[in-house]
Design a protein around this ligand. Structure first.
Ligand code: ADP
Ligand code: GLC
Length: 494
């Protein structure tokens, strides 16, 4: 199949979170399965400044906006030998410090930036001879692509064979903008209705993707259930329920070429399930790196996270005294200013026990995942949680809140049967979190049981093989659909 993968971030080029891992590794896995993959993403400053070989492709793109024509260019790069990547270049939109904004908030023109991205992606197909069978769109930044295929480009024979799959990585980020931005979309006001992209008087780009795509997916089975409820659906639960028969939960895979302690290039000593000894060296080196007291007998807790409301950072702040009484804690994170400040303050109270780095640092993320004994994921909600699967591969035991993906991935360790791969707590409360921390820290001192738990974690396999097979099945299902059946909100069905 010819597959066009469209996302706002993708490894190895640019990353703020798990979306980048998934867009990149799913592309590579599909290519391994024999498909012809092209990928599209914005040409951000970090890519421009990075060491990637790119060159211009085709003619200049010219996109009509209400009172101007906006020009762009396609820059061609590669992943490996066989995957061509098209970067949409427009320096005014993408040559900036951040992808979506700064620690103080989102860029004010995000609607325009990503409307342009969607339109330019489809225009770029005209500049190349690539005829996708499937366009796989990820998250709100790509939500208008399925809309355009069913409206502006409906009668264009070049696009007639294309079917769409839309993956929701996080339903809390929907791309909601004031109606004054509607003309930028180039769509008629007839789409500004509850059956179209209108949402409580505003425009909702993710809603566009959900209404108009042929197949919908999200990143765990549990999250697929959760987003159909008022508690987790962020206002889209009704629509998602209406499209239930086209909505699939596929747990993400992990790229074990990148995340494997046996060959990890960022850690001080490699180790594996058969030779787990090197983990000790990773721990003592991590303690040293953060200038914490050497304490091999006390558990080291680790946390690597986007610093956003979703991630339960306030629970860490509320329990910092208890965590410090049980062991040491190292944190790496970047995100909202308020959470960056919250985390930075934790050191002041416990300078010998807590280490914090604010920033995005891939190598340090690997060293924390490898060197910690326990990995904290106290999220309010978590669609998949790649971090949880990464830590299992490194024998670092996750303590997770039982929600979304983490609830699917983790089964509670039972000391009597020796089964299970981590710890989970249910209520988003200090009491429940603390009680789980204590249980984990106690077990850490029972050497034999702990070794068993670590072995269980190291034996887990969350590779891409199975998820990629499932995506392939869904691509075929989408291909079999009649054109336009993606307009799935009941009032739109013919
Ligand atoms: P999310 O996508 O919600 O951020 P995931 O756990 O699915 O959560 O994926 C996060 C990914 O981003 C992981 O690969 C993690 O290692 C990485 N990551 C998050 N924050 C940082 C950071 N500050 N520095 C380096 N890597 C980070
Ligand atoms: C989102 C989610 C995270 C998921 C990632 C990749 O950022 O917050 O849970 O793992 O997307 O799908």
């Amino acid at each position: 199949m010819n597959i066009l993968m469209v996302a706002s971030e993708m490894t190895p080029f640019v990353k703020t979170g798990g979306l980048a891992d998934v867009a990149g590794s799913l592309s590579r896995e599909m290519e391994k399965r024999g498909h012809n993959i092209k990928a599209v993403l914005p040409y951000y400053r970090t890519i421009k400044d990075g060491n990637f070989q790119v060159k211009p492709l085709g003619q200049r793109l010219k996109i009509k906006m209400p009172d101007k024509v906006v020009e762009g260019r396609i820059m061609k790069g590669r992943i490996g030998a066989n995957i061509e990547v098209w970067f949409i270049k427009n320096d005014h939109y993408y040559d900036r410090e951040g992808l979506y904004g700064t620690a103080k908030g989102d860029y004010a023109d995000n609607a325009e930036r990503f409307i342009f991205f969607c339109r330019a992606t489809l225009e770029s197909l005209k500049e190349t001879s690539f005829e996708p069978d499937i366009i796989h769109c990820h998250d709100w930044q790509t939500g208008l692509i399925p809309v355009y295929l069913n409206t502006l480009f409906k009668d264009d024979p070049r696009f007639a064979g294309i079917r769409t799959v839309f993956t929701i990585h996080n339903v809390a980020y929907q791309g909601i903008f004031p109606p004054s931005e509607m003309p930028l979309t180039g769509l008629g006001w007839d789409l500004f209705t509850p059956e179209g992209i209108e949402f409580y008087g505003k425009i909702n780009l993710m809603k566009g993707g959900i209404v108009y795509s042929d197949i919908l997916t999200t990143v765990s089975k549990n999250y697929a259930r959760q987003i159909q409820t008022g508690e987790y659906g962020c206002g889209l639960e009704g629509l998602l329920k209406a499209r239930q028969k086209d909505l699939y939960g596929i747990l993400n895979g992990v790229d074990y070429d990148e995340w494997d302690p046996e060959k990890d290039r960022f850690i001080i000593k490699n180790y594996s399930r058969r030779t787990p000894g090197g983990k000790k060296d990773c721990k003592s080196s991590l303690l040293k790196e953060f200038r914490l007291e050497p304490a091999p007998e006390a558990p080291l807790f680790g946390l690597v996270s986007r610093l956003a409301e979703q991630k339960g950072i306030d629970l860490i702040a509320d329990t910092i005294d208890e965590i410090s009484s049980l062991g040491n804690l190292v944190i790496l994170g970047k995100g909202d200013e308020s959470y960056e400040n919250m985390v930075a303050h934790l050191i002041e109270k416990h300078p010998q026990k807590v280490g914090v780095r604010i920033g995005f640092d891939e190598a340090l993320a690997h060293r924390i995942v490898a060197g910690s004994d326990l990995f904290l994921v106290p999220s309010r909600y978590e669609p998949c949680g790649l971090n949880v699967m990464h830590s299992l591969k490194y024998g670092t035991i996750p303590i997770v809140r039982a929600t979304g993906g983490p609830d699917d991935i983790i089964s509670e360790f039972n000391p009597d049967t020796g089964k299970g791969n981590g710890f989970k707590f249910y209520d988003y409360s200090k009491e429940e979190f603390c009680s789980k921390l204590k249980i984990a820290a106690t077990l850490y001192r029972e050497k034999k049981l702990w070794r068993k738990l670590v072995q269980n974690a190291l034996s887990c396999d969350f590779g891409w093989k199975e998820p990629a097979r499932e995506y392939e099945k869904l691509y075929r299902k989408a291909q079999g659909r009649r054109r336009g059946t993606g307009a799935g909100f009941p009032p739109l069905q013919e």
